[in-house]
Design a protein around this ligand. Sequence first.
Ligand code: PMP
Length: 309
Amino acid sequence: MTRYAYFHGEIVPIEQAKVSIMTNTFNYGTGCFGGIRGYWNEERQQLYVFRILDHYRRFLDSAHILLAQLDYTPEQLAQITVDLLSKEGWRQNCYIRPIAYKADESIVVRLHDLQDKVAIFSQPVGNYLPIAEGISVGTSSWRRVDDTMIPARGKIIGSYVNSALIKSEAQLNGFDDAIVLNQDGHVSEGSAANFAMIRKGVLVTPPTSSNILEGITRRTVIQLAQEEMGLPVEIREIDRSEVYLAEEAFYCGTGAQVSPIVSIDHRPIGTGKVGPLVAELQALYFRVVKGEVERYTDWLTPVPQAVTA
Ligand code: PMP
């Protein structure tokens, strides 16, 4: 089966989507990317892409931080993605990866006066984390990149070295992931997901000023918690030790989806099992992304199936 990618302005067989080792972004991480999910609804035989325009708005915001001149609107990028997915013909959940990169074969370290290009590929995806039984996490000895260093609110390629350091340390120490603190010692997020907890019946999550990525899943779960579950939400700084006292905790992200956290630094969270509110939120999230909740179908972009001759 031929696989495809969007590369140099067209959809091509993926083997043709290659860059030189001299490419600026390959050398310095001077690009940004997105991570979007497509969900397959088996009953309707339909693939839905979740919040595609919001993802591309953030993608273009990240590019803007990197002085990248991309001649695309979110709508154009969404259309290209739908065309690509139509051609790929996934009949299962998939992950979509747009990348904006400095395409010059030049080893100058700067952002301006370089050529910016966009590439997009997709691949099938399952669940990254054991989302049914819950995950155990530690507190990372690394700190989150600060806004004054590499802005965490953008999805900037180079800053994922920070995420990789956090993830590997956590896994090599026997955890599934870690909670990373910002420079002030407040909770920021996970290696590649936002953090939230239920404390005294309130959903609490750190503000963007805690050096988090402006997560689209975070926004989604905040809205679902408020509108569908009547849960109060507080966006405020969280201390390291406060998370030990949460009734429930979870990660949220395109990859992580809604991943319950059942222990932090070897302390059980609540009962040490997936809690009722996070279980409800997770179930609701999965119904929403598959198009099963009418009220939120505006978030979904159906992918037309290519007609095979
Ligand atoms: N933080 C980081 C560092 C991430 O890489 C991700 C995944 N994109 C998230 C948070 C969650 O963001 P989103 O819900 O938009 O996928």
